[in-house]
Design a protein around this ligand. Structure first.
Ligand code: T4K
Length: 375
């Protein structure tokens, strides 16, 4: 492979199309602090995503930290170990103790059947992740939250545009947090957002992301600076024009992978979205015991040939030093997540990925299998 093939690559419209946005910023000299592009993007995203209120942020990590503060979450929060480390870090930044619960082997999301056993008198909320953009079992989670009077904050960093049985997945729980990082299906270079159900909550979130200011002289909370700049908001408005096209291309790649990998012994693809609207943000495979080489051997061999898959999410969050001492972090408590983290490999998927390269990747995986079996 002449050029390295990364796990993802951002979709970028042409520079010519960006210039009018830059001219507007240069002319009106409003660079940040919730200016016109910021407001336009909030409205445009509400419409596109089918949600009522959205507050834009500099990134999803600051948005997660703020979401917990907006709902005044304290004590313990039940969450998944199988995610990007920012999920749990947002809890630690708020002085909250993460309580890890195992994942479902099919969806790789927090297993609702295991949540109740982890609830204590200190539990105030559940923070599940729609991992890879695959919807959590939102009804089961909500039922538990209602029974125990818990809040639900979804880390929806991967779930831009995902729909479930009753519309946008982002309308579930008390709040949902999106990431618009360069590696996501919709990006503003860096960026994120909180989706919230009512204007009052949005007002509180908007204050918290602007140092706690209500007006020039009144500060009501020790807020942070989490505002998205006009430049990032302009990028978002431009990207939004092409997001459907980008999603369609991702879907094609997902279909090709599934078709080409389906008969390779020891390679398991996660269930496809079926009738639901997915965003194909990742293409994870599980390299199981009956594949002739280990996941790490396959990972290294692919890398040597110029293809750079990623082991999202290995190691588990619960294995990092700041979490591993927690009683819930023990691998005995997390058998499914522990096994999956040893098997998972996310293959390259992004709109500009060539069909021929997808075939080369699947042939490579298939050939490894055949070479070793014939030895
Ligand atoms: N919650 C969840 C569930 C998340 O997955 C994330 C972030 C967050 C919360 C926090 O969201 P943010 O605060 O970031 O908005 C990447 C991303 O940095 C991170 O946003 C993402 N999840 C995570 C899954 O992946 P790395 O350290 O693996 O990224 P990196 O730099 O190795 O990039 C991966 C590949 O993408 C590279 O091999 C090449 C390509 N790439 C990357 C960048 C940055 C590009 O082609 N262009 C680029 O600009 O974390």
């Amino acid at each position: 492979m002449s050029k390295p093939i990364y796990v993802t690559q951002p979709y970028l419209p042409s520079l010519e199309e960006l210039i009018p946005y830059l001219e507007t910023i240069w002319n009106n000299k409003i660079l940040t602090n919730c200016g016109p592009f910021h407001q336009q993007l909030e409205k445009a995203l509400c419409k596109y995503l089918g949600v009522e209120h959205i507050a834009l942020f500099t990134n999803a990590t600051i948005a997660l930290i703020t979401a917990l503060q907006a709902l005044r979450i304290t004590g313990e929060v039940i969450t998944t170990p199988y995610s990007f480390v920012a999920t749990s870090h947002s809890l630690l930044w708020n002085g909250i103790k993460p309580v890890f619960v195992d994942i479902d082997p099919n969806t790789l999301n927090l297993d609702p059947k295991k949540i109740e056993a982890a609830i204590t008198t200190q539990t105030t909320a559940i923070m599940p992740v729609h991992c890879y953009g695959h919807p959590c079992d939102v009804d089961a989670i909500q039922k538990i939250a209602d029974n125990y009077n818990l809040k639900v904050i979804y880390d929806a960093a991967h779930a831009f545009g995902v729909q479930c049985h009753c519309g946008s997945i982002l309308n579930h729980g008390d709040l949902s947090v999106l990431s618009f990082h360069a590696t996501k299906v919709f990006n503003t270079f860096e960026g994120g957002a909180i989706v919230c159900p009512d204007a009052k909550t949005k007002l509180r979130i908007d204050q918290l992301k602007n140092f706690g200011f209500v007006d020039e002289t009144i500060v009501v909370a020790p807020g942070i600076n989490g505002k998205m700049s006009e430049f990032n908001a302009a990028l978002g408005l431009l990207q939004l024009k092409y997001v459907d096209q980008a999603l369609a291309r991702r879907k094609e790649i997902d279909t090709t992978y599934r078709k080409c990998l389906k008969n390779i012994k020891g390679i398991r693809c996660l269930n496809d979205a079926g009738e639901k609207i997915a965003n194909y943000s990742f293409f994870p495979i599980l390299v199981e015991a009956d594949y002739p080489i280990s996941r790490d051997d396959l990972y290294n061999k692919l890398k040597s040939s110029g293809i750079h898959p990623r082991r999202y999410f290995y190691p588990l969050i619960s294995e990092f030093p700041m979490y591993r001492g927690l009683p819930s972090a023990h691998s005995d408590n997390l058998p499914v997540a522990t096994a999956v983290a040893q098997q998972v490999l996310c293959l390259p998927i992004y709109p500009d990925l060539d069909r021929a390269v997808v075939h080369e990747i699947t042939c490579f995986i298939s050939t490894q299998s055949m070479c070793l079996q014939s030895k």
